[in-house]
Design a protein around this ligand. Structure first.
Ligand code: SIN
Length: 296
């Protein structure tokens, strides 16, 4: 339960510390386990629009408090139901609340408790393979390995700006296929039968619903084919776009500390995860806010 007896956080308490790079800011002076005023939420929303990825250190938040905080930014998203044959990759033993996804490599009696297991993950957009990709993601660090497991965020407004004019023109009205089989470092083979793998077509360049800015909406893990061009041309273009989206200059790397609460704009960033030592536990609690169909 939220503790109503504790004083409301005031807008004057909040401090925003930009990371000084392409995205990312730390917010200080907010305890996410308390009741937060509308004025503070408005400041957080503004910082979020400005910095795309924001984080709070040293938080102690229950699942209920995490969901209550996330719900201040929109309707909570539900975990996507994978098709039956892929379900063991997403449905861990402790995936008990439909609004929460446990991201973890921990196993109980040999069975994973959560999703995404060990190792690195390529850049992706959360639920980019659906017709309404999540608007926002909120990830809380519960157990961390001794090193690695960083989450990398790339600013896709900057990526859009960096796309050469010839490609901006050529791709202006094009869509790309986003498809997912819950692999972490491999694409789906789209030359085979894809009817069993969740997929959707989105514009290659989207207009962000809040800021009105253009963003590159392509990622290495799930964007597999540009619609209406040959396979080889599509492969070449996508290789160029992946490279632009993953440029170091556009990336903020979040090195996790216990109690970090990180939230990102899923329409203005792509994210990836670095490797971490096998056998070391990593447990993150994730929730989301629903999105709308994206516009070009
Ligand atoms: C995610 O992609 O939602 C999880 C990222 C992470 O495990 O750092």
């Amino acid at each position: 339960m939220l503790n109503a007896a504790r004083s409301r956080q005031q807008a004057t308490d909040i401090e925003i510390i930009p990371m000084g790079g392409p995205c990312g800011a730390e917010i200080r002076g907010v305890d996410l386990s308390t009741e937060i005023s509308d004025a503070v939420i408005a400041q957080i929303q503004q910082a979020w629009n400005d910095h795309l990825v924001i984080f709070f250190r040293g938080q102690t938040v229950t699942q209920e408090q995490q969901l209550a905080f996330a719900a201040r930014f929109g309707d909570l998203g539900s975990r996507k139901q994978a098709p039956e044959h892929l379900r063991n990759k997403t449905e861990g033993l402790l995936q008990l609340d439909p609004k929460i996804l446990l991201v973890s490599n921990i196993k109980m009696n040999g069975v994973p408790i959560g999703a995404f297991g060990d190792g690195d993950m390529w850049f992706h957009i959360d639920s980019g393979y659906t017709n309404r990709p999540y608007r926002y993601t909120f990830l809380y660090g519960v157990e961390l390995p001794s090193s690695g497991g960083d989450t990398l965020f790339s600013n896709t407004y900057l990526a859009y700006e960096a796309v050469p004019e010839r490609l901006k023109k050529f791709l202006a009205d094009k869509r790309a296929l986003h498809i997912h089989e819950y692999k972490r470092t491999a694409q789906v083979d789209v030359d085979g039968d894809i009817s069993d793998a969740p997929h959707h077509y989105h514009p290659v360049f989207i207009t962000h619903p809040y800021t009105g800015k253009k963003a590159l909406f392509v990622d290495r893990l799930m964007t597999a084919r540009i619609e209406g061009v040959s396979k080889s041309e599509s492969d070449d273009i996508l290789a160029e776009l992946y490279e632009i989206g993953e440029r170091e200059a556009f990336i903020y790397a979040h090195k996790w500390r216990l109690g970090d609460f990180v939230m990102w704009d899923n329409l203005a960033t792509i994210h990836a995860r670095t490797d971490f030592p096998r056998g070391e536990r990593r447990l993150m609690r994730r929730c989301t806010v629903d999105g709308e169909p994206v516009r070009g």
